[in-house]
Write a protein that binds this ligand. Structure first.
Ligand code: HEC
Length: 173
């Protein structure tokens, strides 16, 4: 009797572990992130950027960036197409929910401004493995830098215009 009960427990324990680790078992995006993504991207989304002696070298920092990618059409295709997303065991609706959760969690400034959330139809359409992740990412960063540069130039010219119009200071050379 005693021995039987022990055998039963042993058989059930691994099954419980499997159920806990199975994607989509009504986990919600936070738990899906913890189970499927956090091992590499870490709890705070910082990844391993800047850490040169890390077994995770090359996992980009999501903070302050993922929402910016989500604001460009080609950036949305990138977020869905990176291997970690496209090849995850999550279904399209779950992946959409995790990506939305990641934008809110790791890029709150963009999330507060409002971004078009992913849904399962968009994820289904975009879920194609990228041919060359690094070069797509580099192009996106250039597009974002160009956009930030234009914003900064506009802000700077708005700031300097009145100063240029003002008479020069008496001690100016
Ligand atoms: C085995 C490690 C690993 C896991 C697990 C992982 N990723 Fe990643 N992720 C990476 C690496 C490495 C990159 C950099 C691009 C590349 O080389 O794939 C990346 C890049 C990304 C990016 C683009 C970020 C950027 O700034 O370029 C997103 C979005 C992303 N992953 C989402 C996810 C999601 C969602 C999951 C979980 C469902 C996940 N990843 C799981 C390693 C991982």
């Amino acid at each position: 009797m005693h021995r039987l009960r022990r055998a039963g427990t042993c058989a059930v324990a691994p099954l419980l572990l499997l159920v806990a680790a199975a994607p989509g078992a009504a986990n919600g995006p936070r738990q899906d992130y913890q189970l499927q993504c956090q091992g590499c991207h870490l709890a705070d989304g910082s990844g391993s950027e800047g850490a040169d002696v890390s077994p995770l070298a090359g996992v980009p920092d999501l903070r302050g960036r993922i929402g910016r990618f989500a604001s460009l059409p080609q950036g949305r295709a990138y977020l869905v197409g990176v291997p970690g997303s496209a090849q995850s065991p999550l279904d399209d609706a779950e992946l959409a929910a995790v990506l939305n959760w990641m934008v809110r969690e790791f890029d709150p400034v963009v999330a507060e401004r409002g971004f078009p959330p992913f849904d399962e139809h968009e994820v289904e359409r975009l879920r194609r493995p990228l041919a060359d992740v690094a070069s797509v990412r580099a192009r996106l960063l250039r597009a974002l830098a160009g956009r930030a540069g234009r914003d900064a130039a506009a802000a700077a010219s708005a700031r300097t215009r009145p100063a240029l119009a003002a008479p020069s200071a008496p001690d100016a050379p």
